[in-house]
Design a protein around this ligand. Structure first.
Ligand SMILES: [Zn+2]
Length: 327
């Protein structure tokens, strides 16, 4: 019996191998044709921590990726909490794109996820800490660096995406990560990355030109999200709150802002779309200043002035030009 069994099992192994090959080729053939597959069948599963990273992954990955955003639209991404279900689902990703230091709960979950392709956007460009010097003290609040990993430097400003040049650097890194995770579509990821970087370079030129002939340099905003943007174009950001938009300013800070508004001829107090604007409105009311929206693009909602990163950035440019008297 044994003598007979051996060849049979050898045949069945061979048959299984052939069937396996058939199944494999059928599968890859199917994935090329099923663009309408909603469950991400055959697509690279990318989890992005919040909107600007989701946007990069979706633009670069196009039809080859199914992107999930951990931060739902309208939710403020700083200090996002994850449910156990979301943490579990993170482990099913092919690629995770996050920004270390912005969302400590996400940082922890990423570390434990076991996912091979993880991209930390903070590692793709240079992070700095941005303080606003008003009353002689370095005004950086926020929880960044406090209690969390301090490898990236305490108080590092995470808002790199608001500078088109830094965002382009992050785009290149995300493109490379997709190429590594899915070599079959590497050429297309490379092409899409180049196209996105070209659009960001054009946006940088629009900001540079649009802010060239301005009457003043200083703008006041609720949430210290525009430090990189300010630095790129030679502006000065004075934030009512710190890097964490939900912190409250001290009485001393409010007094300092009052003085600064007068000495720097500030016309406008900017607030944002995802967080309560009560503090900014009070300040503006007390000082008889205009209010306007400067959007940190941490999420797109029905209230956003535009439906994607580029549209909202152009709205930001228009608002800054008006506030700074640019011609
Ligand atoms: Zn922020």
């Amino acid at each position: 019996m044994n003598i007979h069994r051996r060849p049979i099992s050898a045949v069945s192994v061979a048959a299984a191998a052939v069937l396996g090959l058939l199944a494999l080729s059928a599968c890859s053939g199917a994935s090329e044709n099923t663009s309408g597959d909603s469950k991400g069948g055959g697509k690279l599963k990318v989890t992005a921590a919040f909107y600007p990273l989701e946007y990069l992954a979706a633009q670069i990955g196009a039809d080859h990726v199914a992107v999930t955003d951990l931060t739902k639209p309208g939710v403020e991404p700083h200090d996002l909490e994850l449910t156990p279900k979301e943490t579990g689902r993170l482990g099913q990703s092919d690629v995770i794109v996050y920004l270390k230091g912005l969302q400590p709960a996400v940082d922890d979950a990423v570390k434990l996820s076991g996912v091979q392709h993880k991209v930390d956007a903070a590692s793709l460009t240079t992070l700095e800490s941005h303080g606003t010097e008003v009353d002689g003290t370095h005004h950086t609040t926020g929880d960044n660096g406090a209690g969390g990993d301090s490898e990236e430097g305490a108080g590092a400003d995470p808002h790199i995406w608001l500078d088109p040049v830094k965002y382009a650097e992050v785009a290149k890194g995300v493109g490379k990560a997709l190429e590594q995770a899915d070599p079959a579509n590497a050429a297309e990821y490379g092409k899409n990355t180049d196209a996105l970087v070209a659009r960001l370079t054009a946006l940088d030129t629009e900001f540079r030109d649009g802010l060239k002939n301005r009457a003043s340099d200083t703008f006041v905003t609720t949430h210290a999200a525009f430090g990189y943007l300010a630095e790129r174009y030679g502006l000065v950001e004075e934030a009512v709150n710190g890097i964490d938009p939900e912190s409250e300013p001290s009485a001393a800070r409010v007094k300092a802002l009052h003085d600064l508004v007068k000495s720097k001829h500030v016309s406008t107090v900017f607030f944002e779309t995802l967080v309560s604007d009560a503090t900014a409105k009070t300040l503006a009311g007390d000082l008889r200043l205009r209010t306007d929206v400067l959007d940190p693009i941490e999420g797109i909602t029905g209230k956003s002035k535009g439906t994607d990163y580029f549209q909202v950035q152009r709205s930001n440019l228009t608002a800054l030009r008006a506030a700074l008297g640019a011609k």
